[in-house]
Each structure stands twice: as C-alpha cells, then as structure tokens.
Ligand binder design. Structure first.
Ligand code: COA
Ligand code: AMP
Length: 635
C-alpha cells in the first residue's frame, strides 16, 4: 500500500499535466490554460500557457467575495515601534491595496513596468507588492540590509519606473535611515527611476527630492481604487535577486500562474494549514521565504499572516516568538534555525516559554540552512510539537524537500529535510551525470522540467540561466547543493558546491566579497571563506595579501576592508574579520585552495591536494588563523 505522499509524488512525476491541472482547479482563472506544461521550447519550460488570471485577486478579492471579508488577513506586529499591533482584515487590505494600485497607476505605472521595493518590515511593503500584482507591474523587493551599491546593481538590471521605500528601518533599537541609502543608489545607478514613493515613518523624516519623490500618504490621499487587471499566467509577477558567484546578482523571475497554483497547494499539503488558520513566517519580505510565506501563500489560502518587525532576541527578550505565537494564536511558525540558536543561547532552558499559552501551536518549520540536530532536539523538547526541516532556494520559490504533513507525516530523521516534495524529481548525480548509490554524496540536481512556480529564467539573462543551472548536468537543474539520499529516500543537504555561504539564513557570495576586498588599493590578492559559527551557521572571513612595499599597519587595512564590505554589500554580510597573510595557498594551475583554508579554520581534517603548489603556505595560513582565534585556537 502506498501512502498519500507516495501517490502524489509518483503521479506528479508520471503525469505532471494531470496532477497540476487538478491542483490548478483550486484557484480563480479568468481563462483557463491552453497547455498545462508547455514544453515546446526546452529548456525553457512554461506552465499554464494561455491561462489568464490575477494574483492579487486570488490573494484578496476572492476571499472578500467568498466570505472572509472580516477575517484578519495581515497582522503587523512591531515590538521595535513600541509594541504596535495593527490588523488588516481581508476587506481592509484589499481596499488599501486597490488604492495604492490606483496611486501607482496615476504615476503612469502599468502592466510590465518594474517597481523596486526597498523597505523595512512594514505593512506598506506588503501593500506595495500586492498593488503591483493588481496592475500587472513586476515588483522586485530588495532586502533592507543591502547597501546602496547592491541596490544600484538591481536598479540597473531591473530598470524600475518607480521605487517604493521608507524613511527608515529599525534594527532592535537603532534607526537605520533608508533614504540616504536609496538616494546614494540612484546616484550610482545608470538607470534613474522616474518616481520614488516614500513612507515617512515618525522615527525619522526623510529629505524629499522635489519632482521625483512622492510621500506615500499624499499619493494615497489623492488615489482612487484600481481594479485588478487580467494578466497571462506566464507574465512575470516579480524578480527577486539572489547571490550568484560574482558581484552581479541573479534576477530570479517568478510567473503569475505557476506561482499561484504551486504556492496555494503547499499550504495544506506541506504545512497542513487550513483557511482561517494563523500562519507566521518570521523572515523578511526581502527574502524568498518572505515573498512566498509572509505574503503570497498564506493569503492565497485564506489564512491570517503575521508581519513581524522584530528579532527573535532583544525585542525585548528571547520570549518574543512565544509572545507572538500566543498573542495571535499562531498555528505554524516558519523560520531559520539561526533564530532558534539565538533563542537557545539566551534562554537555554526555555524559561520564558513557560509564561505563554502555546496551546494552538501545531508545528515549527525550519529552512534557509541545514537544521543542526541540537537545535532540532531543543525545539522539539521545548515546544513539544513536530519540528520540520525543509529545503528550498530562491530559485525554487517553494520547498523541494519536506515532510509533507498534509499528505503523510513521516518520522523525522535529524539532519534531513525528509523527502522530495511532489513535483520534484530530486537526484544525486556524479560528475558523469549519473545517479549515485543511496548514501553516496554527489551533486543534488532536479530532473527537468521543474514544477510550476519555479524560475522560468533569469531576468533578461536567458543564457546565464542556462549556463548557471542547466549546463553542468544535462537534463537537470543544478541546485549547487551537495548531499545524498538514503535508502528510505530521505535527502541530506550537506554543503554548497559554489562560493555561496549561508550567514544567519542569508545567502551571500564570497566571490562578491572578494571583489570588494580586491578593490582596496593596498590589496594585491585576497580570498574569502565561510567559517563555522555557533549562532549564524557560517561567517565570512577574509585573507589579504598586500602589495609589495605597503607599510601601513595590517590592522588599519583590515578595518578599512571591513568597512568597504559594509558600505558596498551591506551590514547583512556580517563581514567583520580578515587577516593579512604573505601568500595564498594555490594549486599549480593557480586555483586558490579555499576548501583547505576553510577546513583549517574550522579545525577539521583535510587532505593535502596532490596539485598543491607549495604545502608550506598552508602552515602559514594555520598560524595566521590561530592569531585571530581560529584553527583550533581558543575563541
Ligand atoms: N536593514 C538594515 N540592516 C539590517 C537589516 C535590515 N533589514 N537586517 C539586518 N541588518 C543588519 C543588522 O542590524 C546587523 O548589523 P550590525 O552588523 O550593525 O549589527 C547586520 O545586518 C547583520 O544582521 P543579522 O545577520 O540579522 O544579525 P543580527 O546579529 O542582527 O541578528 C539573528 C542575528 C540570528 C537574531 C538574526 O539573523 C535573525 O533573526 N535571523 C532569523 C532568520 C532569518 O530571518 N532568516 C532569513 C531567511 S529565512
Ligand atoms: P536561499 O536562496 O537564500 O533560500 O538559499 C538557498 C540555499 O540555502 C540552498 O541552496 C541551501 O544551500 C541552503 N538551504 C536552504 N534550506 C536548507 C535546508 N533545509 N537544509 C540545508 N540547506 C538549506
């Protein structure tokens, strides 16, 4: 007897047209598709071609019309602004979104135009996203922890007609002014947006530029509600930039139809929530988790979503998550393991948990990085509920591996995000594109075509999409994660195969950091690696080789490069440590041995590569690392 998960998984792979056509009945279409899977132009697969719909209608109006008008759609909970709680019912959210959509339209923004959203976690960020969807504009949310330079790169790539931003964000108790960062980015960018719409928060007033900047409130005061417009299922809904292997980020494209169909399906089948349930993704709208599970999926499903402007600790204490869960009767929480490590560190016995009523709470889902067994066990013991690790990427838009609780709950194996989700044909391949044996490590790849809701391409970069994802393993999408699948079909995601590191659940490119270090006038050569960190999982660490004749103190140069990374990439990079070395270890062909350096830093065993140019350099690296508290030196 096969269980419901097995039936769904095998049907999704053997009969994708039938499987997804049935799932797609669950959403509202203006016109149904001509083709479910359109494979007429491989490797560019499309879903639901010919279909017409509107994402915002499905997120809001549909529920207003269908009896949920007075149910809470969004609860904004902000401990950083004096414990503000503001609830929007579905009707209120629909009305305010329609009004802002009208405001955008009055500025000449329409179908296909891009709008960048650079915002803290305030309701206006969600409203702006949904308003874009309502009029068929393509939003691109840029995480607030990125610096001007990163924003400028995205402005040049997306070429937005308008940018929506705010005067400031609040990091625990620090005001971070966004407007100077925005102005700096526009100054740097070649492309200039016509308009910037600014939410003036009371914590800081932004200087407005006459003719270009518009106050959010003024725009809303004069705006009329705009109805939703029909768009093609294959039209882009959003672009979300993510780290590539260079300083140039990749613009992941998401379409309207596949995204809507797949995300709505995940709510019951993976997360086991029903319409009316309260769902909380403690992330940021700047990340894919925030797009999919703060904004879109919970609203498609008629849930109440929480928008939390705070941290797991410090706002005000390590009981913050328990307070939100109990106050708003949250059923499912989705966050990154790093948040739980932060809570565990401050309140190891979960004393604060005992003061809250978590009786409605059902499940904790974790993603963004591997859930270490200690954190899993701590959460399970204290929350007394299932703790589910699940695996996905910006590119996938929704989980690739999970314990699909709505289909069949499997026993949890610590260290594994369980099995491939229906729609996903996950394989572990060797260098010859052949599947490896159960238990053997290889490249984790997904057989094409990918299911609906995944990236159809990169923004304005079809060839880069093919080169980055589809070339190394013909017939497959390369996830750039390595790992193995055990005999029971459980997937284990161990490490990235590229230069991406995962810092507090944030995906960052060490290559991009190296580009910044290399730009320092005294630096001849450099390398950045990710070293293990108890709280954030990984932290970047830089090695600098200085130009001959540089006589300035090493510490001074290190301080300058740390500041440069902060200024050019942003504080989110958490780049705080670098060391000056005489030389970098390389192969005879000149490839820097970053893997060995990382193992030395983490005090792990490593194999001396046969192709190493000069083994002595590794002991120099070890000494340098010991000097800054790594490589077995006491930290
Ligand atoms: N705007 C401006 N600055 C931001 C920012 C934002 N939206 N988000 C983070 N930053 C800054 C932080 O203030 C910090 O600056 P600092 O170097 O001056 O201290 C820096 O970027 C690093 O931020 P972060 O990695 O978040 O570290 P932290 O020490 O502030 O908090 C955690 C650590 C674990 C509490 C925090 O990372 C967290 O809550 N993580 C939850 C997981 C998560 O949201 N993952 C996202 C994907 S699911
Ligand atoms: P992002 O695109 O920012 O969502 O980052 C995606 C990357 O994070 C993946 O390619 C993995 O390397 C890592 N990741 C996400 N979730 C998990 C998980 N559950 N287990 C292991 N790694 C994960």
């Amino acid at each position: 007897m096969t269980d419901r998960y097995e039936q769904a998984h095998s049907r999704s792979l053997n009969d994708p047209n039938g499987f997804w056509a049935e799932v797609a009945e669950d959403i509202h279409w203006v016109k149904k598709w001509d083709k479910v899977l359109d494979d007429s132009n491989p490797p560019f697969y499309r879903w639901f071609t010919g279909g017409v719909l509107n994402t915002c209608y499905n997120a809001l109006d549909r529920h207003v019309d269908g009896g949920r008008a007075d149910q809470a759609a969004l609860i904004y909970d902000s401990p950083v602004t004096g414990n503000t709680v503001k609830t929007y019912t579905y009707r209120e959210l629909r009305d305010v979104v329609a009004r802002f959509a009208g405001g955008l339209a009055s500025l000449g923004i329409g179908k296909g135009d891009r709008v960048i959203i650079y915002m803290p976690m305030v309701p206006e960020a969600v409203i702006a996203m949904l308003a874009c969807a309502r009029i068929g504009a393509v939003h691109s949310v840029v995480f607030g922890g990125f610096a001007s330079n990163e924003l400028a790169t995205r402005i040049d790539d997306a070429q937005p007609k308008a940018i929506v931003s705010a005067s400031c964000g609040i990091e625990v108790d620090r005001i971070i002014e966004y407007k100077p960062l925005l102005d700096g980015a526009i100054e740097m960018a070649r492309h200039k947006p016509e308009k910037c719409i600014i939410v003036q928060r009371p914590q800081a007033k932004a200087q407005m530029i006459a003719g270009r900047d518009v106050d959010w409130d003024d725009l809303m005061a004069g705006a009329e509600a705009h109805d939703w417009v029909p768009v093609a299922a294959t039209d882009p809904l959003y672009i979300l930039y993510t780290s590539g292997t260079t300083g140039e980020p990749k613009g992941t494209v998401r379409d309207n139809g596949g995204h809507l169909v797949a995300l709505k399906w995940t709510m019951k089948n993976i997360y086991d929530v029903d319409p009316g349930d309260v769902y909380w993704a403690a992330s940021d709208v700047g990340w894919v988790v925030g797009h999919s599970y703060i904004v879109y999926a919970p609203l498609f499903h008629g849930c109440t979503s929480i928008l939390y402007e705070g941290k797991p600790v410090g706002t005000p204490d390590a009981g913050a998550f328990w307070r939100v869960i109990s106050q708003h009767k949250v059923k499912v929480l989705f966050t990154a393991p790093t948040a739980f490590r932060a809570i565990k560190r401050e309140d190891p016995n979960a004393e604060l948990l005992k003061t809250y009523d978590l009786s409605r709470f059902a499940t904790l889902f974790l993603a963004g990085e591997r859930t270490d067994p200690d954190t899993l066990e701590w959460a399970r013991r204290n929350l007394k509920c299932p703790v589910i690790d699940h695996w996905w990427q910006t590119e996938s838009g929704w989980p690739m591996a999970a314990n699909c609780l709505g289909l069949h709950a499997y026993p949890v194996k610590p260290g594994s995000p369980t099995k491939a989700v229906p729609g996903w044909d996950v394989r572990v391949l060797d260098d010859n594109n052949q599947p490896v044996k159960a238990g053997d490590i290889g490249a984790i790849c997904c057989k094409l075509p990918l299911p609906p809701g995944t990236l159809p391409t990169l923004w304005n970069a079809d060839q880069r999409y093919v080169d980055a994802y589809l070339t190394d393993y013909p017939g497959y999408y390369k996830t750039a994660d390595a790992g193995y699948i055990d005999e029971d079909g459980y997937i284990y995601v161990m490490t990235r195969t590229d230069d991406i590191i995962n810092v507090a659940g944030h995906r960052l490119s060490t290559g991009a950091m190296e580009e910044v270090l290399a730009a320092h006038p005294d630096v001849a050569e450099c390398a950045v690696i990710g070293v293990a960190d108890e709280l954030k999982g990984q932290l970047p660490l830089g090695f600098l080789v200085l130009n001959a004749g540089v006589e300035r103190a090493d510490g001074e140069i290190v301080r300058e490069v740390v500041q440069m990374v902060r200024d050019r990439i942003g504080p989110v990079a958490s780049f705080k440590t670098a060391t000056v070395v005489k030389r970098l270890p390389k192969t005879r062909s000149g490839k820097i041995l970053r893997g060995c350096m990382q193992k030395i830093a983490d005090n792990e065993d490593y194999k001396m590569p046969a192709t190493i140019d000069d083994p002595v350099i590794l002991s120099e690296i070890e000494d340098a690392l010991k000097g800054i508290g790594y490589a077995g030196a006491r930290r």
